[in-house]
Each structure stands twice: as C-alpha cells, then as structure tokens.
Design a protein around this ligand. Structure first.
Ligand SMILES: [Zn+2]
Length: 255
C-alpha cells in the first residue's frame, strides 16, 4: 500500500520544460504557454530573472494565473562557465528570491506563508560540481541539465539533500527534433513502457512555421489520455519526494 508511483496510479507521465523566458522571448513564451494550456498540458517555464521588465513579469503572472504553468528558475543572467561559478550565489539563490518577490506562485508552490520554487534549469546544461550542488540544495528540490533520452526519475542525493540533475526525453525544435513522426514515435514508446515523457523546448525557436509543421501536431498527439498524469516538472518531483519520504517512514515503523 501507500502512495502510488505516479499520481492516481496513472500509467505514464507527461511533463515539459521551457528554457529562456526573458524580455525578447516574451511573445514566444506566451504563445507556447497558450498552446499547452488550451490542451491542458502542464509546463515548467524557466525564467531568466535578472533583467526582466515590469511588463514581462506581468505577462508571466498572467500565464501562471491561467493555469498549467509552473514558474522555475533558469538563473539570474544565464552565464556560462567560469563566470557562472564566480557569481553562483546570485545565479542560483537570488534568482529564486526574484521569482518569489515578483510573482504570486501557484497553490502547489505554497504552504502557509512559505513559497517554494522547486526546480532550477541549469544554463547551458552546466555540469554540477560539489559547490553548485550544495548551493542548489539550499533552495531547490531538483535541477535539469541537457541530457536527453531520459525517461525515469533522478536519484535522491542524500549527501546534498537534492535530487541529482534530471535530463529530458527529447527537445522539440531549436537544435534537435523537428519531425512530428519522430516526436510522436518517441512519446509512444515512453507511454507504452510507463515512463516519464519530458518534452523540452526553447519557445524563441518556435515561430508560426515550426508550430504548424510539427509543434501543434505533436501536442495534439500527447494530450487527453486518461491514463497519463500531466504535471509540471517541479510538481512531479515534489510528489515523488513525498512518496519516497513515506517509504522511509514505513520502513522505520516496521523496525
Ligand atoms: Zn537557456
């Protein structure tokens, strides 16, 4: 007994992450959010928090309020190595403070007066050294790197108190998949085997032509399945964390 592997004992999971919400990608992000929302697909929107106009914050809030969008951090300034590491306190910690200060988070990101930003999308898929893992663990529950073909959960790192960086299954557009048949086939095999289908996209790389040629068709293919749990990336790991915590409690009680 106990909590099921996936919510409501669903067979498989669909989640998504969007990279690079900043002022000049704002319009593309609104488009992508709308396309997910109208199909009741959840997505975690990765915000670059350092240089956002008031107007952009307002647009992010509007999308959160419309539902199906979880705000997550994609760093403060999207720096690469070694600048990122020199400024890691700001890039990792301050970014979540900015999100909490500027937005009203979804209800699943609140507990009493506390607000939580669960996930951190590493800029450029940075490799995590010990310092970075320790820093992320003080603020986030999980991070996402740029590993692809991933269809399961990342393991808990008890040495840091955070999940190991998770990858995604496939990236739609930008530098990878632009063929709706390959996208659909990849989803089908994850669905058949009861895995986690994590779709990643960079909304700034998806214009009308890209949505028409493969984006819309792929989202239509993955939506509306009764035995799939549609969930954002951070909420997926929050549930998983609670399930694993319950397991620990059960084992302790039996001893
Ligand atoms: Zn990025």
């Amino acid at each position: 007994m106990g909590i099921t592997e996936y919510y409501d004992n669903r067979k498989a999971v669909v989640t998504a992450s969007f990279d690079d919400w900043q002022n000049n990608s704002d319009g593309n992000f609104i488009t992508a959010c709308n396309k997910f929302q109208e199909r009741q697909l959840w997505a975690s929107a990765g915000i670059i928090t350092g240089d956002l106009l008031e107007e952009t914050w307002t647009h992010i809030q509007d999308q959160i309020d419309d539902g199906f969008i979880e705000p997550v951090s994609h760093s403060q300034n999207h720096l690469g190595d070694p600048l990122f590491c020199l400024n890691a306190t700001v890039e990792v910690g301050q970014s979540s403070v900015m999100i909490k200060d500027n937005l009203m988070l979804p209800v699943f990101n609140q507990n009493g007066s506390h607000e939580y930003v669960y996930a951190y999308l590493l800029p450029f898929g940075l490799i995590c050294n010990q310092t970075l893992m320790a820093m992320m663990s003080s603020t986030y529950l999980v991070s996402r790197n740029s590993n692809s073909s991933v269809t399961g959960f990342s393991p808990w790192r008890s040495d840091y108190n955070i999940y190991a960086p998770a990858g995604f299954t496939i990236r739609m557009g930008y530098d990878t998949e632009e063929d709706k048949n390959i996208l659909n086939h990849t989803f089908d095999s994850v669905y058949d085997t009861g895995g986690i289908y994590h779709l990643n996209l960079h909304p700034w790389a998806l214009g009308d032509a890209e949505w028409v040629s493969y984006g819309d068709a792929h989202l239509d293919h993955i939506k509306d399945k009764k035995d799939i749990w549609y969930v954002s990336f951070g909420h997926l790991y929050l549930y998983h964390f609670m399930k694993e915590k319950e397991l620990v409690t059960v084992i302790t009680a039996e001893q």
